[in-house]
Design a protein around this ligand. Structure first.
Ligand code: 5GP
Ligand code: MN
Length: 338
């Protein structure tokens, strides 16, 4: 972020403001961790702050400090709209295009608030007054830490803030194992632990608390795993029947696609999940190495994200969506080999 913009933002935050913070739809650990980390900080320096999530999110994120203060745009629509209307400053976190905020897209577009985008996804749209975008940083939560550095205010990081940012960095780096994890990430994490992040407990909350049904659904997903060795690709398909059978709850399929990517020799993996209520198939793409899932998702499945992790959607039925996927792959054969 350029120096003048930091000075502008410092000035902006020097007097109490109505502030709204928005993560992307179906927020993950990074979207909520960054939002709540920033929330606690802004409250501590005297602002009136509301975090509005476009929709619900998994139970394993609901222990985050500040969770109870989050408004759900779908369930608390009028109150949320009221806050957006009153907002003088709006932070959009962990997304690069307003449509990623789902039904909040239009109200956010209409808002006259000063908009600050902080995000690490590819190719951010030009909707914000101030943009802090860096696709080389592993997580928006790490960017919030750097944002505090730019404001010369890391000493204001409380244990609550540290727990939120740690969660976002941990989840977006696959527990510090993806290539986006750098020595800087580890230095930030070390400081967050020094400032009170309870690393072991966070890991326990996120990864070691499964329902029986979730594990059974994972079993079904692994049974549905298909491998196309000549294209170095693997995919998993989950129908609405699969989800119903195991009483699917939001978040139950989080991370499942990584099993497909872990198959020996596989560079590209996808999971297709049927969502008849919305009339779409939701897709997650993951890759190892050079294969660019962001471009693939943008070109064929209305989506986007990062080079090694993206998402998208399809309006076709589940089987036709998978057929389309399989039919596209051969044109990427060369890239898939690398
Ligand atoms: P996931 O597969 O875990 O839902 O998402 C992987 C990454 O791609 C995340 O960074 C997420 O924000 C992004 N992403 C997921 N779905 C979409 C989508 O439909 N459109 C865009 N532009 N990005 C997405
Ligand atoms: Mn993120």
């Amino acid at each position: 972020m350029i120096k003048e913009h930091i000075l502008d933002i410092k000035q902006l935050l020097s007097a109490p403001k109505h502030i709204v913070i928005v993560p992307h739809k179906n927020p993950d650990g990074d979207a909520l961790g960054s939002s709540l980390g920033l929330y606690h900080y802004l409250v501590s320096i005297g602002h009136q702050v509301t975090v509005i999530s476009p929709n619900d999110y998994p139970l394993f994120l609901k222990w985050l400090p500040g969770n109870d203060a989050i408004l759900n745009f779908e369930l608390q629509n009028e109150l949320a709209l009221d806050h957006i209307e009153k907002a003088e400053v709006l932070f959009t976190l962990d997304f690069n295009a307003l449509h990623r905020a789902g039904a909040m897209e239009i109200p956010l577009q209409k808002s006259t608030a000063i908009k600050v985008l902080i995000d690490h996804h590819q190719q951010p749209d030009d909707f914000a007054t101030y943009i802090y975008s860096d696709v080389n940083i592993c997580s928006t939560s790490q960017m919030i830490y750097h944002f505090f550095e730019m404001l010369n205010d890391t000493h204001s990081i409380t244990p609550e803030i540290a727990n939120c940012l740690y969660t976002g960095i941990m989840t977006d780096t696959g527990s510090f194992r993806f290539p986006s994890t750098t020595s800087t990430t580890h230095r930030v994490i070390a400081d967050l632990i020094d400032k009170g992040a309870n690393n072991s407990e966070i890991h326990n909350q996120i990864y070691d608390t499964n329902s029986y049904n979730r594990l059974q659904l994972l079993g079904r997903a692994l049974n549905n795993l298909n491998v196309i060795p000549e294209l170095n690709t693997a995919y998993i398909k989950l129908s609405q029947n699969d989800l119903n059978e195991f009483n699917f709850k939001k978040g139950d399929t989080e991370g499942v696609v990584n099993y497909a990517l872990s198959v020996e020799g596989i560079n590209f993996a996808a999971i297709f999940i049927e969502h008849p209520r919305e009339g779409i198939v939701k897709i997650s793409f993951r890759s190892k190495g050079e294969f660019d899932t962001n471009t693939f998702a943008r070109n064929h499945f209305n989506g986007g994200g990062h080079v090694n992790a993206s998402g998208g959607r399809s309006d076709l039925p589940l089987d036709e969506t998978v057929d389309k996927f399989i039919s596209i792959l051969p044109s990427y054969q060369q890239n898939l080999k690398s």
